[in-house]
Design a protein around this ligand. Structure first.
Ligand SMILES: O=C(O)c1ccccc1NCC(=O)[C@H](O)[C@H](O)COP(=O)(O)O
Length: 230
């Protein structure tokens, strides 16, 4: 199983190169002014041009209106739009239709009830990003470095196109994969030395931990419905 790896919130040439050289499949640029990782459209264009052809470029937005989205699409020319706010199912479908780009829709997970929207959003988005819900009092809707109970995903449809996100780092990502066998992994804080400061060594260690993960063959057989003797 090849795991798609996204490094989010990149903002310098050096750390972007570290992510690309380490084999990141997706690189994310944050257009949320309160974020320590926020970049301007022009800055993101420069970084996107550096990444183009090496990794998929993800523009991360939060409840953004069409005019602002159009400016990003025109300037940055992203491969994906990540919607990380309270966008409704209908709004996700509208954005996908209007801009003609694949949409990565983030859903905040804290408890089993938070999984209820997965089906409806999976029907309109190209991929889901299952992230930890922001802790109480958080100023950011994402990028908080907190995780959720990955076993909440035990009953997830094995074919769901999603990325696991929230508090992942080189030290816990193998366990996250062992529990979820997620087809995608996303991180921001866990590859930083301080909020917004990406660390090349942490990026390299994180991606190495993912690439080095070997799934338990029994898990695959169980997913295929085969009874596994204990
Ligand atoms: O990263 C941010 O600053 C951010 C700000 C506003 C909305 C979303 C944001 N990040 C979204 C991401 O895709 C993060 O990678 C994801 O939330 C996981 O973050 P972390 O727990 O820090 O790895």
């Amino acid at each position: 199983m090849t795991v798609t790896v996204k490094i989010c919130g990149l903002s310098t040439e050096e750390t972007l190169d570290a992510a690309l050289d380490a084999g990141a499949d997706m690189v994310g640029f944050v257009f949320f002014p309160k974020s320590p990782r926020a970049v301007s459209n022009e800055r993101a264009r420069q970084l996107a041009d550096q990444a183009r052809g090496k990794a998929e470029i993800v523009a991360l937005t939060v409840d953004m209106d069409d005019a602002a989205l159009a400016a990003i699409v025109e300037t940055v020319r992203p491969d994906w739009l990540q919607l990380h706010g309270g966008e409704s199912v209908e709004r996700v479908a509208e954005i996908r239709r209007r801009f003609g780009l694949p949409v990565l829709k983030a859903l905040g997970i804290r408890e089993a009830a938070d999984l209820a929207g997965i089906g409806a959003y999976a029907a309109v988005a190209d991929r889901l990003l299952l992230d930890a819900k922001p802790p109480k009092g958080a100023t950011l809707p994402g990028g908080n470095g907190v995780s959720f109970d990955w076993h909440l995903l035990d009953a997830l449809d094995p074919g769901l196109a999603y990325m696991l996100s929230g508090g992942l780092d080189a030290g816990n990502v193998a366990q996250a994969l062992a529990v979820t066998h997620s087809p995608g992994i996303d991180a921001s804080s866990g590859v930083e030395s301080a909020p917004g400061i990406k660390d090349p060594d942490r990026i390299r260690a994180f991606i190495a931990a993912i690439r080095g993960f070997r799934p338990n063959p029994d898990h695959s057989r169980a997913l295929a419905g085969e009874r596994i003797s204990s």
